[in-house]
Design a protein around this ligand. Sequence first.
Ligand code: S3P
Length: 445
Amino acid sequence: MARTVRRPARLRGTLHVPGDKSISHRAALFGALATGTTRVRRFLAAEDCLSTLACLRSLGIEWQLEEESRGVATLALTGAGLHGLQEPDNVLDVGNSGTTLRLLAGILAGQPFISVLTGDDSLRTRPVDRVIEPLRQMGAQLSARDDDSLPPLTIRGGPLRGIRYRPPVASAQVKSAVLLAGLFAEGETVVEEPQPTRDHTERMLRSMGVDIETEAASTDGPPAAGGIRIRPPAELAPLDLRVPGDISTAAFWLVAAAAHPDAELTLTDVGINPARSGVLNALSQMGASIDIGEERTAGEEPVADITVRSSRLRGIELGGELVLRMMDELPALAVAAAVAEGKTVVRDAQELRVKETDRIALLTEQLQRLGVAIAERPDGFEIEGGARPGSLHGERVNGGGDHRLAMALAVAGLLAEGDTTVEDEASVMVSYPGFWEDLEQLGTA
Ligand code: S3P
């Protein structure tokens, strides 16, 4: 099914975006290991987190989900304790979700049984060697297709020992997998990140009573964030939390409103964890008018209301830590860059090539169809922005089943001349089931 988007005369309103995907996954997975009942409000009831819940059910976990509106639900889940998961009697299907794959691998490495993780066509192209390597060092047996690099991934868990590990790529999923295995290991486990990544795992485990701390950054050797050290707990306390709005979802509306000539949008209760909110910094550097309201907390996470208005955007150069703090938002940012004045260059984003699709290649190809002057770099892209005659015009586009590309292309459609038809409409279900309804409501409000 396809969806057609046109440029609305005005873009106005207030949106309560659905709950954060990373935090929803973690709340379900960690809650399953806790002793007692976990309650999660504003749980993201989208395909990715439903895959996590389905895997947990196969591991013997009971839960109920009450959906309040599209994609927004309350989860009640009965934890089995650290040693209560049961051997699944079938393959575990993580669907499209790389986070489920990597985080569950860490948990399953510490279980006294065999499990097999697989997923959809996209998922089976995502690297697993990055979790196999450290989990083997800890004592688990893992193997995977294509010389231990691609799912399906087989895990024979068992007694683990703590390690000190420095991942070759900065990845919150790899860090989390190792820390989760550390819950079951003998002795302490330390992850030395090459660069700091999102810290939702650390914040949430700490709130569950786990002894987890960040060592002081070392002064010799290559620059690195301080190691994150975890000691195995006797048990985990259950969670009672409200998930912040997902900044990765909010990013589409931030870009749409900043780039549209007559717009003002307010997004309420959005997570602004500094490790995730690079998109706010990048858009501000581009000249976007963004007001961040009073900071509050939801669970262990900072949240705020964000208001964004039509702005004159200019191109910027970005790389390094800023890019790491907004990796998932780069497709949306590319759309802002397309209408900004001057050139935008994105570097250090090679990880985009191993996301749900090769986002560098596909984003370039599809934005070119809409008339954007974008060129691939091995580690990112360059966009010559500005409205030239015929630039940004409607076309048929296809995000290759990648939710974030489909939404970025739809936002481009809100800014383009003529009709833009997004062919893979249903892919938004992975992270934002109400996307098309919200888009319709904002454009016509
Ligand atoms: C995620 C971490 C990021 C991000 C992904 C979700 C997480 O990947 O791109 O969408 O929930 O831990 P990395 O593991 O590459 O940091």
